[in-house]
Design a protein around this ligand. Structure first.
Ligand SMILES: C[S@@+](CC[C@H](N)C(=O)[O-])C[C@H]1O[C@@H](n2cnc3c(N)ncnc32)[C@H](O)[C@@H]1O
Length: 360
């Protein structure tokens, strides 16, 4: 039996339950967006962003891509890359309790968007502690990334944004990560250090813990509030608690060659091009030769031109100042320039996943 395979996996009912759950999450995300958009058009029509209508063929293609994503998610759990329990894992009670706060927060978001206030941050933030590009309300988020209130709502908001597919998208890292770490298979699993760059509230670390129950996990993020939330959720898991470090991914507080793997999810599109290059250089520096880097972010114009309208709408609805530059950026070329080899890329639903190796 493979590492995470359980007899329960053979049960077609488990797959049925998983697809049913995801169907419910998807409906919930769609319904939330439909109702909130109508409400906004009714109460504050001038605050409504100008979006481009999504053509029916694109909706069909998106539905098919979501089905492929979920099928692959199921298959990789069945193959033992991670346990099936991960497919059902979410802080459901917390999310249910926090959902009303998402609605209460919405008028603030609309107001900020209507007034084009993109630097509306808590008074006690010390600007010199952060790079200037970071001091913004990404997604028009209340407090940007800089409060416990923002951290409490973030995961739920992302889950709604991706119609319940955020975690299946994050899990596409796991297979290349596990395969990449095979380069160190002679070493004990507990000696392998895996760094998640821009770990946020820890959802990616939680997926990685499922696939690597013995690995030494490290999460880096600039937001103390997001790391506090990560700590509270990750400390509920059995096994070693991931080490959470506050710091800038452009100048990571880790020694050269100290990690065997690094991951990075949904960060690149929030960085100016120069910062993107710095983060890739830092990922390269902290990896041991032979180490694997797995990067996931939005699809781009070159690999998914059929989703151009969705990318354009995303930029119009959310405050994402670097997204337009990101979707035209050649990440493969950047990885090559940084020194990585064996670069591969795959598209899953609305995300692109790059895998690369630091040469031995
Ligand atoms: C869109 S969130 C992604 C979080 C997480 N990876 C996930 O999968 O949900 C972006 C994260 O990047 C962090 N971040 C942005 N710029 C950063 C930087 N220069 N260094 C470290 N973290 C950064 C933010 O604080 C935030 O937690």
């Amino acid at each position: 039996m493979k590492a995470h395979q359980s007899p329960r996996m053979a049960d077609p009912l488990t797959k049925f339950a998983y697809l049913g759950l995801q169907g419910g999450r998807s409906l919930m995300g769609l319904a939330h967006k439909e109702v909130s958009t109508r409400l906004l058009q009714w109460v504050a029509p001038t605050a409504a962003p100008l979006t481009v209508p999504v053509p029916p063929e694109m909706l069909k293609e998106l539905r098919a891509a979501m089905e492929r994503l979920l099928e692959q998610d199921w298959q990789e759990a069945e193959a033992g890359i991670y346990p099936a329990s991960l497919l059902f894992d979410a802080p459901w009670l917390d999310w249910a309790a926090r959902y009303p706060l998402v609605w209460l927060d919405m008028p603030l978001t609309w107001n900020r968007r209507a007034r084009r206030q993109v630097r509306d941050l808590p008074q006690d933030v010390e600007p010199e502690a952060f790079p200037d590009y970071y001091l913004q309300n990404f997604h028009h988020q209340t407090d940007g990334y800089l409060s416990d209130h923002s951290a409490a709502l973030y995961d739920l908001q992302v889950d709604i944004l991706f119609n319940g597919a955020a975690d299946p998208m994050r899990r596409r890292l796991l297979k290349p990560l596990v395969q990449g770490l095979a380069a160190f298979k002679e070493r004990p699993a507990s000696s392998l250090r895996v760094l998640d760059i821009a770990a946020g509230t820890g959802r990616t670390l939680r997926q990685i813990r499922g696939a690597l129950p013995q690995g030494h996990l490290v999460g880096l993020d600039l937001s103390a509030a997001y790391l506090r939330q990560a700590n509270s959720w990750l400390s509920q898991l059995p096994g070693e608690l991931p080490q959470l470090v506050q710091g800038n991914a452009e100048a990571m507080p880790f020694a050269d060659a100290s990690m065997q793997a690094a991951t990075c999810v949904f960060l690149m599109h929030e960085l100016p091009a120069a910062a993107r290059a710095n983060v890739l250089c830092e990922a390269f520096r902290v990896l041991e030769p032979g180490g694997v880097f797995v990067l996931a972010d939005s699809v781009q114009l070159a690999d998914s031109p059929q989703y151009t309208v969705a990318m354009e709408n995303f930029r119009r609805v959310f405050h994402e100042p670097y997204y337009r530059d990101y979707i035209s950026d050649d990440i493969e070329a950047r990885l090559t320039q940084t020194g990585f080899l064996e670069i591969r890329a795959e598209t899953h639903f609305m995300s692109r996943v790059w895998t690369a190796r630091k040469p031995f």
